[in-house]
Write a protein that binds this ligand. Structure first.
Ligand code: F6P
Length: 380
């Protein structure tokens, strides 16, 4: 028995839905295909809807590129990394990059997308993505498109949901890298620095740092003190630990300093690409401690490959619940994990702020209790 919300009357009565569409937006992450499988199987078998897969995120809606997704096509998809639909993290429809007569400019193309959604006879759109995709989904909803959101990102920075799928796989990957670095660091008496992703949040660095037994864990929520880090490393050496493992989130930066970019943000508002803090930290440590250092940048390896069992289950549950949300007419909402239950929240609330690491929270205290430095100044 389906319980309808008041929104269903304003947009579309769930009983009248014939066709829904799904797109994956932003950077890919392990578990996207499991979401698609959960959504497609549930939509077809429980509700009898046709499901269109939109290629390459909102770009596909702008260019009306889609395929019909069948239940059969979903076979074995839960273990495949990436997204069978393709994605894009560069074409925000609210500021779409255009080029005409040799001139570059930005244009709001959401109106064109809304027209295409109607033309393609899409009754409800499911947007799977991170905060960027959810902001676009909210804009579509405000323009009258019935939208349901599914949160994804390896960064785990989406507020409202306890966890996003993809995060567990990324942490597993970073932990594996730390385990491998440990043995070689110990053999060579070196300081080995691992730079991990996470954008403006330190979740991957912090959790992998704890799981991988890192000696120094650096992330953007605690601007680090270089002298504090170096005395931690030299103290270890004095105690006979002639090697150290440092994990640094790509968004980490020194106290009074700034983030390091591989590509600086553009003056026109184009987002930058973080990268390089690992090398910077390694050079400084080498200079200040006179120990040999090496750097590994884990990069997109964290985003690729097969999702962990945890991510497969979470992603599949999100996909199935997205279908149920549609059937209840709960548009403008995003599925989320609270405790052990899948619930939902307004997309508008979910994108208000990022979920950052609490510098005085339990997770950071755990790392410090284990003896790791999180970049705070050394105690006198
Ligand atoms: O948001 C996911 C993420 O992997 C971040 O951790 C990272 O900063 C960014 O995407 C990298 O983006 P791109 O794939 O464009 O290099």
């Amino acid at each position: 028995m389906v319980k309808k919300s008041t929104d269903s009357k304003k947009m579309i009565d769930p009983e009248k839905i014939k066709r829904i569409a799904v797109l994956t937006g932003g950077g890919d992450c392990p578990g996207l295909n499991a979401v698609i499988k959960g959504l497609v199987r549930s939509s077809i078998s429980e509700y009898g809807w046709e499901v269109l897969g939109i290629y390459d995120g909102f770009d596909g809606l702008l260019e009306s590129r889609s395929m019909v997704l069948t239940s059969r096509m979903m076979s074995g998809l839960q273990l495949k990394g990436g997204t069978i639909l393709g994605t894009s993290n560069r074409g925000n429809p609210m500021r779409y990059p255009m080029r005409e007569n040799g001139k570059s400019f930005f244009k709001d193309v959401t109106g064109e997308i809304v027209t295409n959604i109607k033309r393609m006879k899409i009754d409800v759109l499911v947007a799977v993505g991170g905060d960027g995709t959810m902001k676009i989904a909210q804009a579509m909803y405000e323009k009258g498109v019935p939208v349901v959101g599914v949160p994804k990102t390896i960064d785990n920075d989406l507020d409202v949901t306890d966890v996003t799928f993809g995060f567990n796989t990324a942490v597993d990957c970073a932990t594996d890298a730390l385990d491998r670095l440990h043995t070689t660091a110990e053999s060579h008496h070196r300081v080995l620095v691992l730079e991990v992703m996470g954008r403006d949040c330190g979740w991957i660095a912090l959790e992998a740092g704890i799981a991988g037994g890192a000696d120094v864990i650096l992330f953007p929520e605690i601007p680090f003190d270089l002298n504090g880090i170096c005395s931690h490393i030299t103290d270890r050496k004095k105690r006979g630990k002639k090697f150290s493992i440092v994990v640094v989130a790509e968004g980490a930066f020194p106290e009074g300093g700034r983030k390091v970019y591989e590509k600086e943000p553009g003056a026109d508002g184009t987002p930058g690409r973080l990268g390089g803090i690992g090398r910077w930290v390694a050079e400084k440590i080498s200079l200040l401690t006179e120990m040999e250092t090496r750097v590994t940048v884990l990069g997109h390896i964290q985003r690729g490959g097969t999702p962990t069992t945890y991510d497969r289950i979470l992603a599949t549950r999100f996909g199935v619940e997205a279908a149920h949300l549609i059937a209840e007419g709960k548009y403008g909402r995003m599925v989320c994990l609270r405790g052990r239950e899948i619930e939902s929240a307004n997309i508008k609330t979910a994108v208000k702020k990022l979920k950052v690491v609490d510098p005085d929270g339990q997770m950071v205290r755990t790392a410090e209790s284990l003896g790791a430095s999180v970049g705070r100044p050394a105690k006198e």
